[in-house]
Design a protein around this ligand. Structure first.
Ligand code: LLP
Length: 422
Protein backbone atom coordinates (compact mmCIF):
# COMPACT_ATOMS: atom_id res chain seq x y z
CA UNK A 1 0.00 0.00 0.00
CA UNK A 2 0.98 3.63 -0.37
CA UNK A 3 -0.67 5.93 2.18
CA UNK A 4 0.52 9.14 0.54
CA UNK A 5 -1.18 9.62 -2.83
CA UNK A 6 -2.59 12.43 -4.95
CA UNK A 7 -6.32 13.00 -5.27
CA UNK A 8 -7.34 15.69 -7.77
CA UNK A 9 -3.80 17.02 -7.68
CA UNK A 10 -3.52 17.26 -3.89
CA UNK A 11 -1.36 14.97 -1.75
CA UNK A 12 -3.32 13.08 0.88
CA UNK A 13 -2.33 10.96 3.85
CA UNK A 14 -4.79 8.06 3.84
CA UNK A 15 -8.18 9.82 3.50
CA UNK A 16 -7.04 13.24 4.61
CA UNK A 17 -5.75 16.09 2.44
CA UNK A 18 -2.45 17.25 3.92
CA UNK A 19 -3.52 20.85 3.61
CA UNK A 20 -6.02 20.16 6.42
CA UNK A 21 -3.20 19.15 8.74
CA UNK A 22 -1.02 22.11 7.87
CA UNK A 23 -3.92 24.55 8.22
CA UNK A 24 -4.25 23.46 11.85
CA UNK A 25 -0.71 22.51 12.88
CA UNK A 26 1.43 24.65 10.57
CA UNK A 27 4.76 23.61 9.08
CA UNK A 28 7.20 21.96 9.29
CA UNK A 29 5.36 18.88 10.54
CA UNK A 30 5.92 15.12 10.42
CA UNK A 31 2.88 13.19 9.29
CA UNK A 32 2.63 9.42 9.84
CA UNK A 33 0.09 6.97 8.48
CA UNK A 34 -1.23 4.46 10.99
CA UNK A 35 -2.43 2.13 8.23
CA UNK A 36 0.96 2.19 6.54
CA UNK A 37 2.64 1.27 9.84
CA UNK A 38 0.24 -1.63 10.26
CA UNK A 39 0.69 -2.74 6.64
CA UNK A 40 4.48 -2.56 6.93
CA UNK A 41 4.45 -4.62 10.11
CA UNK A 42 2.26 -7.27 8.46
CA UNK A 43 4.49 -7.30 5.35
CA UNK A 44 7.50 -8.00 7.57
CA UNK A 45 5.88 -10.50 9.92
CA UNK A 46 3.64 -12.53 7.61
CA UNK A 47 6.35 -14.21 5.49
CA UNK A 48 8.01 -15.48 8.70
CA UNK A 49 4.81 -16.73 10.30
CA UNK A 50 5.87 -20.39 10.34
CA UNK A 51 9.02 -19.44 12.30
CA UNK A 52 7.09 -17.45 14.95
CA UNK A 53 9.96 -15.00 15.46
CA UNK A 54 10.22 -12.21 18.01
CA UNK A 55 10.05 -8.86 16.23
CA UNK A 56 11.63 -6.09 18.28
CA UNK A 57 11.00 -2.68 16.67
CA UNK A 58 14.22 -0.63 16.91
CA UNK A 59 12.84 2.32 18.88
CA UNK A 60 15.61 4.79 17.98
CA UNK A 61 14.27 4.76 14.42
CA UNK A 62 11.05 6.48 15.46
CA UNK A 63 10.60 6.96 19.20
CA UNK A 64 7.16 8.58 18.95
CA UNK A 65 4.99 7.06 21.69
CA UNK A 66 2.08 6.85 19.25
CA UNK A 67 4.21 4.95 16.72
CA UNK A 68 5.54 2.58 19.41
CA UNK A 69 2.00 2.01 20.62
CA UNK A 70 0.72 1.33 17.09
CA UNK A 71 3.44 -1.22 16.37
CA UNK A 72 3.09 -2.81 19.80
CA UNK A 73 -0.61 -3.33 19.06
CA UNK A 74 0.48 -5.19 15.89
CA UNK A 75 2.63 -7.50 18.02
CA UNK A 76 6.02 -5.78 17.98
CA UNK A 77 8.34 -5.75 20.95
CA UNK A 78 11.05 -3.12 21.32
CA UNK A 79 14.79 -2.88 20.81
CA UNK A 80 16.11 -0.06 23.00
CA UNK A 81 19.53 1.50 23.33
CA UNK A 82 19.29 3.48 26.55
CA UNK A 83 17.44 3.59 29.85
CA UNK A 84 15.52 6.51 28.35
CA UNK A 85 14.28 4.43 25.42
CA UNK A 86 13.45 1.64 27.87
CA UNK A 87 11.34 4.05 29.91
CA UNK A 88 9.55 5.26 26.78
CA UNK A 89 8.89 1.72 25.49
CA UNK A 90 7.37 0.63 28.80
CA UNK A 91 5.31 3.84 28.92
CA UNK A 92 4.01 3.09 25.41
CA UNK A 93 2.78 -0.28 26.65
CA UNK A 94 5.52 -2.69 25.58
CA UNK A 95 5.93 -5.46 28.17
CA UNK A 96 9.50 -5.78 29.57
CA UNK A 97 9.44 -9.42 28.50
CA UNK A 98 9.23 -8.16 24.89
CA UNK A 99 12.16 -5.75 25.10
CA UNK A 100 15.81 -6.18 24.18
CA UNK A 101 18.57 -3.73 25.14
CA UNK A 102 21.61 -3.16 22.91
CA UNK A 103 24.47 -0.65 22.74
CA UNK A 104 28.16 -0.51 23.55
CA UNK A 105 27.93 2.03 26.37
CA UNK A 106 25.29 0.79 28.77
CA UNK A 107 26.08 2.36 32.14
CA UNK A 108 25.79 0.49 35.44
CA UNK A 109 22.56 2.33 36.30
CA UNK A 110 21.13 1.41 32.89
CA UNK A 111 22.06 -2.25 33.32
CA UNK A 112 20.47 -2.12 36.77
CA UNK A 113 17.24 -0.73 35.31
CA UNK A 114 17.26 -3.44 32.63
CA UNK A 115 17.85 -6.29 35.10
CA UNK A 116 15.20 -5.00 37.50
CA UNK A 117 12.68 -4.68 34.66
CA UNK A 118 13.32 -8.32 33.65
CA UNK A 119 13.92 -7.72 29.94
CA UNK A 120 13.60 -10.48 27.35
CA UNK A 121 17.22 -10.02 26.44
CA UNK A 122 20.24 -7.85 27.00
CA UNK A 123 22.61 -7.80 24.04
CA UNK A 124 26.16 -7.85 25.38
CA UNK A 125 28.64 -6.00 23.18
CA UNK A 126 31.96 -6.55 25.00
CA UNK A 127 33.68 -8.76 27.57
CA UNK A 128 33.97 -5.71 29.81
CA UNK A 129 30.22 -5.11 29.69
CA UNK A 130 29.62 -8.79 30.47
CA UNK A 131 31.67 -8.51 33.66
CA UNK A 132 29.74 -5.43 34.78
CA UNK A 133 26.37 -6.99 33.96
CA UNK A 134 27.29 -10.12 35.91
CA UNK A 135 28.14 -8.02 38.97
CA UNK A 136 24.89 -6.07 38.69
CA UNK A 137 22.70 -9.16 38.21
CA UNK A 138 24.44 -11.11 40.98
CA UNK A 139 24.15 -8.19 43.43
CA UNK A 140 20.45 -7.80 42.66
CA UNK A 141 19.92 -11.55 42.81
CA UNK A 142 18.02 -11.31 39.50
CA UNK A 143 19.22 -13.39 36.53
CA UNK A 144 19.79 -11.52 33.26
CA UNK A 145 19.06 -13.23 29.93
CA UNK A 146 21.78 -12.31 27.48
CA UNK A 147 22.75 -12.75 23.87
CA UNK A 148 26.31 -12.18 22.73
CA UNK A 149 26.63 -9.80 19.78
CA UNK A 150 29.03 -11.16 17.21
CA UNK A 151 31.02 -8.75 15.08
CA UNK A 152 31.35 -10.95 11.99
CA UNK A 153 33.78 -8.61 10.20
CA UNK A 154 31.55 -8.13 7.18
CA UNK A 155 31.40 -5.06 4.97
CA UNK A 156 27.70 -4.15 4.86
CA UNK A 157 28.20 -2.20 1.60
CA UNK A 158 26.16 0.68 2.91
CA UNK A 159 27.09 4.25 3.87
CA UNK A 160 30.26 4.18 6.01
CA UNK A 161 28.39 5.79 8.90
CA UNK A 162 25.74 3.07 8.81
CA UNK A 163 28.12 0.11 8.79
CA UNK A 164 28.45 -1.78 12.08
CA UNK A 165 29.66 -5.28 11.30
CA UNK A 166 33.34 -4.96 10.50
CA UNK A 167 36.30 -5.08 12.87
CA UNK A 168 37.02 -1.34 12.86
CA UNK A 169 33.62 -0.50 14.33
CA UNK A 170 32.88 -0.38 18.04
CA UNK A 171 30.02 -2.89 17.84
CA UNK A 172 29.90 -6.49 19.02
CA UNK A 173 32.55 -9.04 19.95
CA UNK A 174 34.94 -10.19 17.27
CA UNK A 175 35.16 -13.85 16.30
CA UNK A 176 38.54 -14.28 18.03
CA UNK A 177 36.89 -13.53 21.41
CA UNK A 178 33.58 -15.26 20.80
CA UNK A 179 34.36 -18.52 22.60
CA UNK A 180 35.64 -16.67 25.64
CA UNK A 181 32.49 -14.53 25.61
CA UNK A 182 30.22 -17.56 25.42
CA UNK A 183 32.19 -19.28 28.20
CA UNK A 184 31.84 -16.21 30.44
CA UNK A 185 28.16 -15.87 29.55
CA UNK A 186 27.58 -19.46 30.71
CA UNK A 187 29.69 -19.36 33.85
CA UNK A 188 29.64 -15.86 35.35
CA UNK A 189 27.10 -15.44 38.16
CA UNK A 190 23.80 -13.78 37.34
CA UNK A 191 23.89 -14.43 33.61
CA UNK A 192 21.72 -16.75 31.53
CA UNK A 193 23.21 -17.39 28.09
CA UNK A 194 20.51 -17.42 25.44
CA UNK A 195 22.36 -17.18 22.16
CA UNK A 196 24.00 -14.95 19.56
CA UNK A 197 23.11 -11.73 17.80
CA UNK A 198 24.39 -10.00 14.67
CA UNK A 199 23.60 -6.59 13.14
CA UNK A 200 25.92 -5.59 10.34
CA UNK A 201 24.51 -2.20 9.46
CA UNK A 202 21.56 -0.17 8.34
CA UNK A 203 20.03 0.61 4.96
CA UNK A 204 21.25 -2.50 3.17
CA UNK A 205 19.92 -2.43 -0.38
CA UNK A 206 21.96 -5.45 -1.43
CA UNK A 207 21.39 -8.55 0.69
CA UNK A 208 24.70 -10.33 0.04
CA UNK A 209 26.32 -8.97 3.26
CA UNK A 210 23.40 -10.51 5.22
CA UNK A 211 24.16 -13.85 3.58
CA UNK A 212 27.83 -13.71 4.60
CA UNK A 213 27.08 -12.53 8.15
CA UNK A 214 24.24 -15.00 8.73
CA UNK A 215 26.36 -17.85 7.40
CA UNK A 216 29.14 -16.95 9.85
CA UNK A 217 26.63 -16.75 12.65
CA UNK A 218 25.11 -20.11 11.69
CA UNK A 219 28.56 -21.75 11.58
CA UNK A 220 29.24 -20.59 15.14
CA UNK A 221 25.82 -21.75 16.35
CA UNK A 222 26.37 -25.21 14.86
CA UNK A 223 29.84 -25.39 16.37
CA UNK A 224 28.48 -24.51 19.82
CA UNK A 225 25.61 -26.99 19.42
CA UNK A 226 28.07 -29.74 18.45
CA UNK A 227 30.04 -28.98 21.59
CA UNK A 228 26.87 -29.71 23.54
CA UNK A 229 25.88 -26.12 24.35
CA UNK A 230 22.28 -25.12 23.94
CA UNK A 231 21.73 -22.06 21.81
CA UNK A 232 18.09 -21.05 22.24
CA UNK A 233 18.06 -17.77 20.39
CA UNK A 234 19.48 -16.18 17.27
CA UNK A 235 18.89 -12.44 16.84
CA UNK A 236 19.39 -11.21 13.28
CA UNK A 237 19.27 -7.47 14.03
CA UNK A 238 17.78 -4.99 11.58
CA UNK A 239 19.18 -3.34 8.50
CA UNK A 240 16.87 -4.22 5.61
CA UNK A 241 16.69 -1.03 3.54
CA UNK A 242 13.90 0.74 1.75
CA UNK A 243 14.19 2.48 -1.61
CA UNK A 244 14.87 6.19 -1.21
CA UNK A 245 14.49 8.73 -4.02
CA UNK A 246 14.22 6.55 -7.13
CA UNK A 247 16.48 3.75 -5.85
CA UNK A 248 15.75 0.13 -6.59
CA UNK A 249 16.42 -2.86 -4.39
CA UNK A 250 15.72 -6.58 -4.34
CA UNK A 251 12.30 -7.76 -3.13
CA UNK A 252 11.87 -8.48 0.58
CA UNK A 253 11.17 -12.11 -0.34
CA UNK A 254 14.89 -12.49 -1.16
CA UNK A 255 15.67 -11.62 2.48
CA UNK A 256 13.00 -14.03 3.70
CA UNK A 257 14.49 -16.77 1.52
CA UNK A 258 17.96 -16.33 2.91
CA UNK A 259 16.73 -16.43 6.50
CA UNK A 260 14.74 -19.59 5.70
CA UNK A 261 17.75 -21.15 4.01
CA UNK A 262 20.52 -20.25 6.46
CA UNK A 263 18.94 -19.61 9.87
CA UNK A 264 15.71 -21.62 10.07
CA UNK A 265 17.47 -25.05 10.00
CA UNK A 266 19.36 -24.15 13.21
CA UNK A 267 16.16 -24.76 15.16
CA UNK A 268 16.66 -21.70 17.40
CA UNK A 269 14.10 -19.05 18.30
CA UNK A 270 14.65 -16.26 15.77
CA UNK A 271 14.51 -12.55 16.62
CA UNK A 272 14.56 -9.54 14.31
CA UNK A 273 15.14 -5.88 15.12
CA UNK A 274 13.70 -4.06 12.12
CA UNK A 275 13.43 -0.30 12.13
CA UNK A 276 13.49 1.58 8.84
CA UNK A 277 11.54 -1.16 7.08
CA UNK A 278 8.57 -0.68 9.41
CA UNK A 279 8.39 3.10 9.53
CA UNK A 280 10.50 4.63 6.73
CA UNK A 281 7.77 5.07 4.13
CA UNK A 282 5.04 5.56 6.76
CA UNK A 283 6.10 9.13 7.48
CA UNK A 284 6.64 12.36 5.55
CA UNK A 285 7.91 15.78 6.50
CA UNK A 286 5.62 18.55 5.26
CA UNK A 287 7.25 21.93 4.83
CA UNK A 288 6.56 25.26 3.15
CA UNK A 289 8.64 27.25 0.69
CA UNK A 290 9.76 30.46 2.40
CA UNK A 291 11.59 32.01 -0.50
CA UNK A 292 12.92 31.27 -3.96
CA UNK A 293 16.34 32.87 -4.14
CA UNK A 294 17.76 33.38 -7.59
CA UNK A 295 21.55 33.29 -7.26
CA UNK A 296 24.18 33.93 -9.90
CA UNK A 297 24.51 30.29 -10.91
CA UNK A 298 21.83 28.50 -8.94
CA UNK A 299 18.27 28.83 -7.80
CA UNK A 300 17.76 28.04 -4.12
CA UNK A 301 14.40 26.97 -2.81
CA UNK A 302 14.52 27.85 0.88
CA UNK A 303 12.15 25.77 3.00
CA UNK A 304 10.89 26.32 6.54
CA UNK A 305 12.29 22.86 7.46
CA UNK A 306 15.99 22.67 8.14
CA UNK A 307 18.71 20.18 8.91
CA UNK A 308 17.63 20.33 12.55
CA UNK A 309 14.26 18.83 11.53
CA UNK A 310 15.56 16.21 9.08
CA UNK A 311 19.23 15.53 9.57
CA UNK A 312 19.80 12.65 7.16
CA UNK A 313 20.80 14.69 4.09
CA UNK A 314 23.36 16.72 6.06
CA UNK A 315 24.70 13.74 7.99
CA UNK A 316 24.73 10.96 5.39
CA UNK A 317 24.21 12.78 2.09
CA UNK A 318 20.82 11.09 1.96
CA UNK A 319 18.34 12.14 -0.71
CA UNK A 320 14.63 12.02 0.04
CA UNK A 321 11.95 12.28 -2.61
CA UNK A 322 10.43 15.77 -2.57
CA UNK A 323 6.90 16.29 -3.86
CA UNK A 324 4.67 19.32 -4.08
CA UNK A 325 1.59 18.95 -1.89
CA UNK A 326 -0.49 20.58 -4.61
CA UNK A 327 0.33 19.60 -8.19
CA UNK A 328 0.02 22.46 -10.65
CA UNK A 329 -2.59 21.60 -13.28
CA UNK A 330 -0.91 19.95 -16.26
CA UNK A 331 -3.07 21.80 -18.75
CA UNK A 332 -4.31 25.36 -18.94
CA UNK A 333 -1.37 27.61 -19.74
CA UNK A 334 -2.21 30.15 -17.07
CA UNK A 335 -1.62 27.93 -14.06
CA UNK A 336 0.66 25.22 -15.41
CA UNK A 337 4.27 25.60 -14.39
CA UNK A 338 7.43 24.56 -16.12
CA UNK A 339 9.74 22.24 -14.25
CA UNK A 340 12.80 23.89 -12.80
CA UNK A 341 16.07 22.49 -11.52
CA UNK A 342 16.73 23.88 -8.06
CA UNK A 343 18.84 23.37 -4.95
CA UNK A 344 16.66 22.75 -1.92
CA UNK A 345 17.93 24.18 1.34
CA UNK A 346 16.75 24.98 4.85
CA UNK A 347 17.04 28.22 6.84
CA UNK A 348 19.78 27.03 9.22
CA UNK A 349 23.07 28.93 9.11
CA UNK A 350 25.19 26.06 7.83
CA UNK A 351 26.19 25.16 4.29
CA UNK A 352 25.37 21.58 5.35
CA UNK A 353 21.71 22.62 5.58
CA UNK A 354 21.16 21.36 2.06
CA UNK A 355 18.47 18.78 1.30
CA UNK A 356 19.76 18.20 -2.18
CA UNK A 357 20.99 19.70 -5.41
CA UNK A 358 19.25 19.61 -8.75
CA UNK A 359 15.76 18.66 -7.62
CA UNK A 360 13.39 18.95 -10.57
CA UNK A 361 10.29 20.72 -9.28
CA UNK A 362 7.35 22.47 -10.88
CA UNK A 363 8.70 25.99 -10.56
CA UNK A 364 8.25 26.52 -6.82
CA UNK A 365 6.79 29.69 -5.35
CA UNK A 366 6.84 31.12 -1.85
CA UNK A 367 4.05 29.61 0.22
CA UNK A 368 3.97 26.29 -1.68
CA UNK A 369 3.69 23.21 0.50
CA UNK A 370 6.19 20.40 -0.15
CA UNK A 371 6.64 16.94 1.35
CA UNK A 372 9.80 14.93 1.88
CA UNK A 373 8.96 11.26 1.59
CA UNK A 374 10.70 8.33 3.34
CA UNK A 375 10.91 10.53 6.44
CA UNK A 376 9.36 8.13 8.97
CA UNK A 377 12.71 6.60 9.92
CA UNK A 378 15.42 8.59 11.70
CA UNK A 379 13.54 11.84 11.06
CA UNK A 380 11.71 13.34 14.05
CA UNK A 381 13.72 11.19 16.44
CA UNK A 382 16.95 12.88 15.37
CA UNK A 383 15.47 16.39 15.26
CA UNK A 384 16.85 19.16 17.45
CA UNK A 385 16.18 22.80 18.31
CA UNK A 386 19.43 24.05 16.74
CA UNK A 387 19.40 27.68 15.60
CA UNK A 388 16.69 28.61 18.07
CA UNK A 389 14.04 26.62 16.29
CA UNK A 390 10.88 25.09 17.73
CA UNK A 391 10.94 21.30 18.01
CA UNK A 392 9.06 19.91 15.00
CA UNK A 393 5.61 18.43 15.77
CA UNK A 394 4.29 15.01 14.77
CA UNK A 395 0.85 13.95 13.61
CA UNK A 396 -0.62 10.46 13.22
CA UNK A 397 -3.28 10.06 10.56
CA UNK A 398 -5.88 7.31 10.86
CA UNK A 399 -8.34 7.24 7.98
CA UNK A 400 -9.81 10.72 7.62
CA UNK A 401 -8.84 11.91 11.09
CA UNK A 402 -5.57 12.73 12.78
CA UNK A 403 -4.07 13.38 16.19
CA UNK A 404 -1.19 15.68 17.09
CA UNK A 405 1.05 13.18 18.85
CA UNK A 406 3.83 15.66 19.59
CA UNK A 407 3.01 19.34 19.65
CA UNK A 408 5.40 21.97 18.41
CA UNK A 409 7.68 22.89 21.32
CA UNK A 410 8.07 26.65 21.14
CA UNK A 411 11.28 28.46 21.98
CA UNK A 412 9.46 30.05 24.94
CA UNK A 413 8.81 26.55 26.30
CA UNK A 414 12.37 25.44 25.59
CA UNK A 415 13.62 28.40 27.66
CA UNK A 416 11.72 27.09 30.67
CA UNK A 417 14.15 24.13 30.63
CA UNK A 418 16.97 26.57 31.40
CA UNK A 419 17.92 29.03 34.10
CA UNK A 420 19.89 32.25 33.90
CA UNK A 421 23.43 32.63 35.26
CA UNK A 422 23.51 33.92 38.85
N1 LLP B 1 19.33 -3.12 15.76
C1 LLP B 1 20.45 -2.46 16.11
C2 LLP B 1 21.35 -3.02 17.12
C3 LLP B 1 20.74 -1.22 15.51
O1 LLP B 1 21.85 -0.57 15.84
C4 LLP B 1 19.86 -0.68 14.54
C5 LLP B 1 20.12 0.62 13.91
C6 LLP B 1 18.70 -1.42 14.22
C7 LLP B 1 18.49 -2.65 14.84
C8 LLP B 1 17.69 -0.95 13.20
O2 LLP B 1 18.23 -0.87 11.92
P1 LLP B 1 17.31 -0.59 10.64
O3 LLP B 1 16.39 -1.77 10.44
O4 LLP B 1 16.54 0.66 10.89
O5 LLP B 1 18.28 -0.43 9.53
N2 LLP B 1 20.46 7.27 11.54
C9 LLP B 1 20.82 6.41 10.44
C10 LLP B 1 20.70 4.92 10.76
C11 LLP B 1 21.36 4.49 12.05
C12 LLP B 1 21.17 3.02 12.37
C13 LLP B 1 21.35 2.74 13.83
N3 LLP B 1 21.11 1.37 14.22
C14 LLP B 1 20.01 6.82 9.21
O6 LLP B 1 19.29 7.81 9.27
O7 LLP B 1 20.10 6.20 8.16
Amino acid sequence: MNAFTYHSGVLWAEELPLSEVTADVGTPVYVYSKRQLEANYAAFAEPFRDLAPDIFFANKVNPSLAVLQTLAACGAGAEVTSAGELERAIHAGVAPGCITFSGVGKRRDELTAAVLAGLAQITVESLEEMAMLSEVAAELGRPASIVVRLNPDVDAQTHAKLSTGHKETKFGIEEAHLDEAVHLARTLPGLVFKGLMVHVGSLLTDFSPFRVAYQRLADHVRRLQKAGLSVDRVDLGGGVGIPYDGQTMPPFSDYVDLVQEIIAPLGCKIAFEPGRRLVGDAGILVTRVVRVKRGATRTFVVLDAGMNDLMRPALYGARHTLMPVRLPPSTGAEESRATERVDVVGPVCETADLFGEAYELPSPRPGDLMAFLQAGAYGAGMASCYNGRPLVPEVLVDGSSYAVTRRRISVAEQMTWESMAR
